[in-house]
Design a binder for this molecule. Structure first.
Ligand SMILES: Cc1cc2nc3c(=O)[nH]c(=O)nc-3n(C[C@H](O)[C@H](O)[C@H](O)COP(=O)(O)O)c2cc1C
Length: 333
C-alpha cells in the first residue's frame, strides 16, 4: 500500500491550483498522489509545528459535567408545523427589523487573522449543514467511513454532490485519498439516532483502521460502486467522482492539501417505509435529520412551516409593487 504519511509544502512552481478530470482519475490518481507526496514531503518539525497550531477539535475537559446537567434528548418529540414567520408579508416588504446594525469587514487572508477564526466563523455562520457520511474504499479494498459537513447536493439533473476536504497536519483525509484512488463512494444520510456512531467515525484513526468497526454501523451491498452502504441510513447515494479541485496554492507548511470533490450519483437507495409510493419524497418524521451548527453543536428539526413558490403571471395583478415593476419592464422594451 502506498503510504502517504505527510504531505507538506509544495515547491513554488507547483503552487498552482489543479483540476483533475474524471476521465484521468483512474489511470493517474495514485501516481498523482505519489507525486504530490514525494514532491512535498514536509519535515517532521513542520508537521509538529502545524499540529500545535491546529485547534479544530475543541477541548472538552468538563463536557461530561455540563452534559449531565442538561435535559434528556426527547426521542418522541413530534415535528410541529407552524405558520410562516411573517404571513402578512407583501412584495417589497423586505425583512423586518434587520437593518439596525452595520457590518464589520473581514479579510479572511489578513496576516494577523488565525485560520481557526475563519473555521469558527464559517461553521457557525453557515448553518445548519447536512452531514454527508461517506463510505469509501482504497485500491486494495480497505474500507473507510467518515462524516463531512462541507457537503451539499448541488443539482438533481444530473444528481450532483460536493464535498470539501480540509487540510490537517500531516496526511490528507483518508476519504479524499480513497476518492482519488478509486473514484467511488456512497453518501449516506445521518439521522438523529446515528449521531454518536457517526461522530465516532470522525476520529483520526490510522489509515488502515476501518471506522465501520469503530462505529458498529452495518454494511449493506452497493450496486454500482465497491464501497458499502450504511444500512442504518434512510437514504444512500452511490456516486462516482467527476472532478477534483486541489488548493495547492494555499497549502501551508506541515499541512496536507485541501480539496473539493464533485460527485455524480449512480444509484439511490431509500429505506422501506420512509418515503411515498413512488420514492419521490422522504418523510421528515422518518428521516429525522440533524444539521451541524457552530462549535460542537448539532441541531434537530422539530418545527417546520410551508411557504409556496409563486409565478409572476399569477401574482402581478395581485400586487401594486409587482404591477409597478411590470409596467416599468413593459416601458423599457
Ligand atoms: C459532523 C462532522 C462533520 C465534519 N465535516 C468535515 C468536512 O466537511 N471536511 C473535513 O475535511 N472534515 C470534516 N470533519 C472531520 C473529519 O470527519 C475527520 O477529519 C475524519 O477523521 C476524516 O476521516 P478520514 O481521514 O478517514 O477521511 C467532520 C467531522 C464531523 C464529526
Amino acid at each position: 500500500m502506498t503510504s502517504v504519511k505527510t504531505i507538506g509544502r509544495l515547491s513554488s512552481n507547483a503552487w498552482k491550483s489543479t483540476t483533475i478530470f474524471a476521465s484521468r482519475l483512474r489511470s493517474h490518481s495514485l501516481n498523482q498522489l505519489r507525486v504530490a507526496s514525494s514532491a512535498a514531503v514536509a519535515s517532521e518539525s513542520e508537521t509538529v509545528a502545524a499540529q500545535q497550531n491546529y485547534k479544530i477539535i475543541q477541548d472538552t475537559d468538563n463536557f461530561d459535567e455540563i452534559q449531565a446537567a442538561r435535559p434528556d434528548f426527547n426521542h418522541s418529540a413530534a415535528i410541529e408545523v407552524t405558520k410562516s414567520p411573517n404571513p402578512n408579508w407583501n412584495y417589497g416588504d423586505g425583512a423586518p427589523n434587520s437593518l439596525a446594525q452595520k457590518h464589520h469587514e473581514i479579510d479572511p487572508y489578513a496576516q494577523d487573522r488565525p485560520m481557526i477564526n475563519n473555521y469558527r466563523l464559517l461553521v457557525s455562520g453557515i448553518v445548519p449543514r447536512p452531514v454527508g457520511f461517506l463510505s469509501t474504499v482504497n485500491s486494495k479494498g480497505e474500507k473507510n467511513l467518515s462524516p463531512f459537513s462541507y457537503f451539499q447536493v448541488i443539482d438533481h439533473d444530473p444528481p450532483m454532490f460536493i464535498v470539501g476536504f480540509s487540510s490537517r497536519p500531516g496526511r490528507v483525509k483518508d476519504t479524499y485519498r480513497n476518492l482519488k484512488e478509486t473514484g467511488e463512494c456512497v453518501i449516506n444520510t445521518v439521522s438523529e439516532n446515528m449521531i454518536e456512531a457517526v461522530n465516532a467515525t470522525s476520529i483520526d484513526a490510522p489509515y488502515d483502521v476501518s471506522e465501520w468497526d469503530v462505529s458498529g454501523l452495518h454494511e449493506a451491498p452497493s450496486s454500482t460502486v465497491k464501497p458499502a452502504r450504511v444500512a442504518e441510513s434512510v437514504f444512500n447515494i452511490e456516486g462516482k467522482v467527476i472532478d477534483i479541485k486541489e488548493f495547492t496554492d494555499h497549502q501551508k507548511p506541515g499541512m496536507s492539501l485541501a480539496a473539493t470533490v464533485l460527485i455524480k450519483a449512480t444509484r439511490f437507495w431509500v429505506k422501506d417505509g420512509t418515503s411515498d409510493a413512488d420514492f419521490s419524497h422522504i418523510d421528515l418524521e422518518k428521516l429525522r435529520p440533524i444539521g451541524q451548527l457552530g462549535g460542537m453543536s448539532y441541531g434537530r428539526i422539530l418545527s417546520t412551516f410551508e411557504h409556496p413558490r409563486k409565478r409572476w403571471s399569477e401574482e402581478v395583478s395581485k400586487s401594486d409593487t409587482l404591477s409597478r415593476l411590470d409596467a416599468r419592464k413593459c416601458g423599457d422594451s
